[in-house]
Design a protein around this ligand. Structure first.
Ligand SMILES: *Cc1c(COP(=O)(O)O)cnc(C)c1O
Length: 485
């Protein structure tokens, strides 16, 4: 028996001590890698010989873990996305934390399944959800679920909105006559459009409303569209407000939207993937007034809370409505009154996923280690840095802001004068690419009113003001270089 277990083939290390030594080495390397992130190139193109290694066929026989790690060091570590580097300002990313890494490590060692059950991991996710309620000033009776990110959080919330406001049992009957309409500004994130399409309403189920000069939703236009749609026999069901649009960081007037929703009996959802967590910042919080009145909020914790990907959260004010959308309990998931399969609320009744990873642990460990106020200070500092970058832009005649600075997002372009729109767009694309290819920084980009701009989303906890001095210096010198050549 004992002999048999000694020779039993498993996936555990064949030599525990050797495997532990390798893991220790990885920890040492990972700490150096993170600590020295600024010294390395932020991004570089992968050479062909490296690309070739990613095309080798399925390995059928074992090799040793040391060799696998060596390959990772040679082919993966030198070619990162770049988002943990302080000068990464593209799209909208978090930069990760060491405490988050420790959480993910233990989450994988423990490897529990957060579908349901009576075990510590489940209690930790409940606690993290309660903390998020505190942050966004939702009542204790609200319900939440950690999901992969903002897209899934929005999807889940919009599903509840549709089911509650359709006026009939849409789960049982499916869509009867499709006249249901969601509203949001033209700046709405595309994941909401995808969600509404998948909810069976089609792209036409989302009416996009014009924005003001500051890219927030035009409330008057919103009211007019709702009145017009009602007169035409459509059934408005929900308004999506955005707290921090992805293009420019604009915040919709959440209180005004809440008022309309109340008047018209509509669901009020907030896409807070960028901005909701900024409730932690004393500086930003007043701008988010009204978020506490929402029926549902989607948040991202892997953006401005810096958690390692993936973790977002959907929060629904009425837990019964939340559960009514997703709960379905077959015999193999029936609850017991005692033991592991007991407990009131199983997460599988609040979302699509049954098996779920322990993504709460990194959030729990990070919030305990750093405290919510430190995260709030990091958010406030990013907002100040965005304003600093804005000042630098305003100081130079050849630079111009293309949109008001919203939260931590700055959109600007190089404009030496005398060039038409197309030439300016080409010039700014080239400047952005050269800054990236020369390994100086990764600025983002977008197009506003047909104007291509360099867009910096400043969400790193490692970035300093000097990094923006460097950016501006290079934008100016590359711009000049381009014009001379
Ligand atoms: C990033 C973002 C999303 C999507 O979130 P993911 O975490 O990428 O799925 C949704 N809405 C807004 C405003 C965003 O910025």
């Amino acid at each position: 028996m004992s002999e048999q277990s000694n020779t039993l083939e498993t996936l555990d290390p064949q030599d525990w001590e050797q495997s532990k030594a390798l893991m220790h080495q990885m920890v040492d390397d990972a700490f150096d890698y993170t600590k020295n992130v600024r010294e390395r190139k932020i991004w570089q193109e992968m050479p062909q010989h490296v690309l070739n290694t990613f095309k080798t066929p399925l390995p059928q026989q074992p090799s040793n873990a040391e060799a696998v790690y060596k390959e990772l060091q040679e082919t993966v570590l030198p070619y990162p996305m770049g988002n943990i580097h302080p000068r990464f300002w593209a799209w909208y990313m978090g930069s990760g934390t060491i405490s988050g890494v420790m959480g993910d490590f233990w989450a994988s060692i423990l490897n529990p399944n957060l579908g349901g059950g009576n075990h510590a991991a489940h209690k930790i996710e409940e606690q993290v959800i309660r903390w998020i309620k505190e942050i966004i000033e939702f009542p204790k009776s609200a319900s939440g679920l950690l999901v992969s990110g903002g897209s899934m959080a929005n999807y889940a919330a919009l599903a509840v909105a549709r089911n509650v406001k359709a006026g009939y049992d849409i789960r049982a009957e499916g869509l009867k006559e499709n006249n249901l309409v969601f509203y949001a500004s033209t700046e709405i994130h595309s994941c909401n459009t995808k969600a509404i399409e998948l909810l069976g309403l089609g792209t036409k189920g989302l009416k996009k409303i014009a924005v003001n000069d500051d890219y927030s939703i035009n409330i008057k236009a919103l009211k007019n569209q709702i009145a017009k749609d009602k007169a035409n026999g459509l059934q408005p069901i929900c308004i999506i407000g955005t707290s921090g649009t992805v293009n420019t960081g604009a915040i919709d007037n959440l209180n005004a939207i809440a008022d309309i929703c109340k008047e018209e009996n509509l669901w009020f959802h907030v896409d807070g993937a960028i901005g909701a967590i900024a409730m932690l910042s004393h500086k930003v919080k007043p701008q988010l007034k009204g978020i506490e009145r929402a029926d549902s909020v989607a948040l991202d914790l892997h953006k401005w809370l810096h958690m390692p990907f993936e973790v977002g959260c959907v929060m629904i004010k009425d837990s019964v409505e939340h559960r009514n959308t997703f709960s379905l309990i077959p015999e193999y998931l029936a609850k017991n009154t005692r033991g592991l399969a007991s407990g009131d609320d199983w997460f599988s009744e609040y979302g699509l996923q049954l098996s779920r990873r322990f993504r709460a642990l990194k959030v729990w460990m990070s919030l305990k280690e750093h405290g919510s106020e430190r995260f709030g200070r990091m958010i406030s500092r990013n907002v100040e840095q965005a304003n600093y970058l804005g000042q630098l832009v305003n100081q130079h005649d050849n630079l111009e802001l293309i949109a008001p600075i919203g939260l931590d997002i700055v959109c600007f372009r190089y404009n030496p004068g005398g060039l038409d729109l197309n030439a300016l767009n080409e010039l700014n694309k080239e400047i952005k690419l050269l800054i990236e290819e020369r390994g100086i920084a990764i600025p983002g980009y977008t197009t506003l009113n047909n104007m291509y701009c360099i867009r910096c989303a400043i969400s790193s906890h490692r970035v300093t003001s000097e990094d923006f001095d460097v950016l501006i210096e290079h934008v100016l010198s590359i711009g000049k270089e381009y014009l001379i050549s």
